[in-house]
Design a binder for this molecule. Structure first.
Ligand code: ATP
Ligand code: MG
Length: 567
């Protein structure tokens, strides 16, 4: 067994990217006293791994440049937003290792100011109330090749607009009634500039402002202004907002804002076999296709946490992937690699048998229990050792035995000797079968001279097996997870749901754990020796642990791909 210790941190050079270069140049030129960044989630679902990238980028920049990081909820759509999501998002961001200190904000705290600024635009002749229906507005908008058409209400007087807008706020109109639009240019080649909607009527209770408002600003109207209010210097977002930038700049340019944020766009994070879209993930939850937002197969922060991914692994991955202007898709295997690298350093080793086969050691005295020393983590000497009970009846892995082994199978077989990890050498003397001819038990003998795993005569078995003492074993449920989708590009040929893998969760109900493994606190990840990393699931009950497989020990991706199982 090699005993190299991994370095404390992956040895990555200082990374930079085009956004950090821009910030560095701004700092160099003395353009700002303090760099201020933010992560602005809409609380309409749980965060996913794409958000982790955005969070770590924004937070990282604030830290590296001695700046400030804000967490701001862009809570402008009361029909989709819930307090539950706000709480979950805070927990997720904190779990990633981010500390926003006192800088927690809500766009809804700015509703009064945004309203005043809408009035300011009306007074300047730069916004108007439109009575056209949603459909009519869409029809008037034109297309990429055709200019839009002016609304018949576009040239209302300032007084009339002010009066109507006040009445919108006062609740005189039903949902779907008049909207407030910016008066920009219906012929603009950028459709976002064709008199976008700034306010709409929504009679719905807001998680924070309750029933104080029945008009709500659109995301486009709230977003840039919220950044300006908070003094955000670099408004970093994903590429789909690139052609909204002229609108944001127009609004900022036409309002008496206290500061001028600049927007920079980067490419979204995507993974193979994965869909990162709150809306789609919500559908999986609502339709009961997964166990919930925190299902271990979900690419949500809550999901990967329940699955046992360490936050450090997620951070390492998003750092490794870097920041670019070009969309790309990261191999899911790269995420697993980052997770495995961290767990290899920190996860305690335990023994567990997932597919049990009984072994009776016929020459071992009945009623005797031997406490065997086992190393907790060969990568971390400070993790120490533990005692593992050994007795006459054991469980081993069914796959570790073959009655008629092919040439390259070195594990247990009739007449063959193997080493039991940390314990003794055993030899298989007899195979017991049931009426159907299935192997149900092995009768073996042990060599008392080999305690600890070495023979005085120096002989070395070709295989070392893990095992669990039957008398001491704790029966557990173990859930094996594969990717949610059968193809790397889900939805490419049709409905995403058709590409869900019905076998992405496999439940084993009769697994045996050594006592120390059964004591793992919920949420902690350990290594089951030779099998992979597993995390104690919140479904665990006293005496009945449940474990989720976090990740296998080796990269199974390359292999699966070779076999054509995951094309
Ligand atoms: P989704 O498209 O999954 O619904 P969203 O972009 O609508 O996500 P928001 O709450 O608006 O969700 O996102 C907050 C921030 O996270 C935004 O600045 C957005 O650009 C960023 N973000 C969202 N998805 C990704 C991703 N896949 N990669 C990187 N950043 C992302
Ligand atoms: Mg969005």
């Amino acid at each position: 067994m090699s005993n190299q210790t991994a370095p404390d941190k992956p040895d990555t050079p200082e990374r930079t990217d085009f956004i950090r270069d821009i910030v560095a140049a701004d700092v160099e030129a003395g353009r700002y006293d303090t760099i201020v960044t933010r992560f602005p989630p809409e609380p309409n679902g749980h965060l996913h791994l794409g958000h982790a990238k955005s969070i770590w980028l924004n937070y990282g920049i604030s830290q590296e440049f001695g700046g400030v990081f804000h967490l701001r909820f862009d809570d402008t759509n009361p029909t989709k937003e819930e307090q539950e999501y706000i709480d979950a998002i805070e927990a997720d961001v904190r779990w990633l290792g981010v500390d926003w200190g006192e800088h927690l904000y809500y766009a809804s705290d700015y509703f009064e100011r945004l309203y005043e600024w809408a009035v300011h635009l009306i007074e300047a002749g730069k916004a108007y109330v439109d009575d056209l229906s949603g459909d009519e507005i869409r029809q008037h908008r034109g297309t990429l090749t055709e200019p839009g058409k002016d609304s018949p209400h576009r040239d209302r007087s300032v007084e009339e607009n002010l009066d109507l807008f006040r009445r919108m706020r006062a609740g005189e109109f039903p949902d779907g009634g008049p909207v407030l639009r910016a008066k920009i240019d219906m012929a603009s080649p950028n459709i976002n500039m064709r008199d976008p909607i700034l306010y709409r009527i929504v009679h719905a209770s807001h998680p924070r402002t309750g029933d104080a408002w029945c008009i709500y600003p659109t995301y486009d109207f709230a977003h840039g202004q919220s950044d300006a209010i908070e003094g955000i210097t670099h408004s970093i977002c994903t590429l789909e907002f690139e052609n909204h930038r002229p609108l944001y700049d127009w609004l900022i340019g036409n309002l008496p804002v206290p500061s001028v944020p600049h927007q920079y766009e980067f490419a979204r994070l995507n993974f193979t076999y994965t869909v990162l879209s709150k809306r789609f993930l919500k559908r999986l939850v609502d339709e009961g296709r997964v166990r919930g937002w925190d299902d271990p197969r979900m690419p949500t922060i809550a999901g990967v946490r329940r699955r046992g991914y360490p936050a450090e692994g997620v951070r390492d991955l998003v750092t490794e992937v870097g920041v670019s202007k070009r969309d790309s898709t990261v191999e899911l295997g790269q995420l697993e690699h980052a997770v495995r690298a961290v767990l290899n350093r920190v996860a305690p080793r335990r023994m567990a048998v997932l597919n049990p086969l009984k072994v009776v050691i016929t020459n071992y005295p009945e009623g005797t229990v031997d406490e065997i020393d086992a190393i907790n983590n060969p990568e971390d000497e400070s993790a120490g050792t533990r005692k593992v009970p050994f007795s006459r009846e054991l469980w081993i892995e069914h796959d570790d035995f073959m009655e008629d082994p092919p040439r390259k199978f070195f594990r247990l077989a009739p007449g063959r000797e193997v080493r039991l990890r940390y314990a003794y050498f055993i030899t298989c003397d007899e195979v017991i079968k049931d009426a159907a001819g299935e192997v149900v038990e092995l009768r073996c003998s042990y060599d008392p001279e080999t305690r600890g795993g070495d023979a005085p005569d120096g002989r070395r078995p070709k295989a070392t097996l893990h095992w669990v003492s039957a008398q001491h074993a704790v029966c557990a449920e173990v859930r094996l997870y594969g990717p949610l989708f059968v193809r790397p590009d889900p939805g490419a040929d049709g409905d995403l749901l058709d590409d869900l893998d019905p076998e992405s969760e496999k439940i084993l109900t009769e697994c045996y754990l050594e006592p120390a493994a059964a004591e793992t606190p919920v949420g902690e990840t350990i290594q089951f020796e030779r099998l992979g990393y597993f995390c104690a699931d919140p479904d665990s009950e006293p005496g009945r642990p449940v474990f989720d497989r976090t990740v296998t020990l080796k990269d199974t991706w390359a292999k699966l791909q070779r076999q054509g199982k995951h094309k």
